[in-house]
Structures are given as C-alpha cells and as structure tokens.
Design a protein. Sequence first.
Length: 301
Amino acid sequence: MAALAGGRRAGRARRRRRGRGREEEEEDDEEEGEGGPGIEAVLRRLREARDDLLSSGFWAASAGAVRAPLSAEPPARCVCYGLGRFGRCPIARYQLAFLLLLLDELRVPPARCALFDPAFSAREAAALRALGLCLLPENEVRTPPGHTAGTRGRGSAVMGSVVPGQEGKHGIEGVTTLFYMVHCGKALYNNLLWSNWSPAALSKLVIIGNSFQGIEERLLSRILERDYSYIAKVLKGVEEVALPSHPRYLDTFNDTSVHWFPLDKLQELSPEVWDFVEEPMYQDCEDLEIIRKGEEATAKS
C-alpha cells in the first residue's frame, strides 16, 4: 500500500472543528474541482488519520477483538460497503484508515479488498485505486441461494457470487470473507445474511459493523422479525465482540462490533430456520436505510 506509506506531508492551512474523528473539515486551498481535495491531499489526510489511530492506542486495543474470530482461518478477501465521502468527511476517513490497518494486520492484499458506495466521487475512486483497492462496478444483487449466478462484474477475484443489480447481496462462494460495514443500514446486513443463508456459508463470514445485539435491543421484535428476518433468525447463532470505546472516536466507531458465526452454533438452530429463503423485499418497511438500484445518482448529491 505504497500510496499511504511515509510520514506526514506539510499541507496548506485548513480549518477544523474540534474532536479528532469528529471534526468537519472545511474547504481549503488544495481543493480543486468537484468541491473536494486533490488525490494527494486525500492520501495525506488518510496518512494523518492512520497515524492518529496508531498513536491514540485505539488500533492496538481493537486489533485483538478482530484477531480472535479470524485466528483459525484468516479471510482470503474483504468487501467494504457504505464507507461514505472520505475525501470530505473525517468520520469516513478514519473508518477507511482503520480498514487499511486491518488489511495489513490480516495480510489481505489490497487487490483482494473491494469497496462499493454510490456516493464516491471520481477523485475518491481514484484515491482508492491508488491504494491498490478494487471498486465494485455496481450495487449488487445475488441469485437466490441454491441457484447459479449469471455473470460476474469486473474484479471477479473479489466479487463472489453476484450479478449487476442492487443492495449488497453478495455471496462468498465458500471463501472466508470479511465484510466491513460500519454504520450501514439494517437491510444491508439482512441482505448479506440472506445471500449466504446456510451454516456452511455463514461460518466463513465475518462482519464488522453495527451491533446485532444493539439492533435487537432497539427494535420491536415484531418489526425485527417482519423486516429483518434473517438478522432475527441468526441471533442465536452469532458471536460478537464490541470494538473498544475511545473518547476521540465516539462518533466514528460507536455501536460497532465484530460478528462471526461458529458452525457448531449454527448447526444447533432449528432445521426450519434454513428452509425459509425468501428474498427480502421490505415492502412494509417505513425506514429503509439502504440505497436501492436506480438511486445511486441521488446518493452522490
């Protein structure tokens, strides 16, 4: 990840509001076109965010929580959803810096990590490519479990079983995969579970994202079971460990946990749990928190 190597570079003055990981950066003299900083400025700020995570002790405290579920079988690849405008937003930038440290820790090559967010600007996409990361070409839809996917998009080494479509429905095809989904909508987690709905597939899946326990505590059980049925059904088969709390990053990693699905716990679930594989549609959901196919242009504004 040579583009991020090296120390801090001197930059032109910019104004910040207080609170690392929470400040809102205002436009500075380095910004050009598209209302955002140039690629070199984006990479410099990522280096600064990485250095902050390392010097604060937050990364060292978090690394142990991530290593535990992955010690037996490290992930062969990583998929990241919903990162946001990291060229403008410090929260998104720190989340990306954390992901880069995570890939180094787990020895996942950048080329084996794919990202998708319809909000990425052209300059942010270029910065990600400069880091050696891959971009999923479209939002995703997967063929139902038990069927064969049609075609793969570019970067099929990291794509899994998907065809162009919508909403993060990404099958892992038997490859241990880490999904990095900090502060994503509940439907995205639900879709991911549906796309891998078998004990064999789920046991090879690790999710860093919103706490499933927190989702259960905040939602009425009837809403959870109706709108997010796959989250509801897997609650007895998941283990989770929260990332540590740190005063610098309260808004950046709050409510974030590492989730994994031990095969023995999944096999203890009722056989009927695995028989129902209807695709989630969210027709009655009043607060859908994902960007659906066709809404990408709106997300960039």
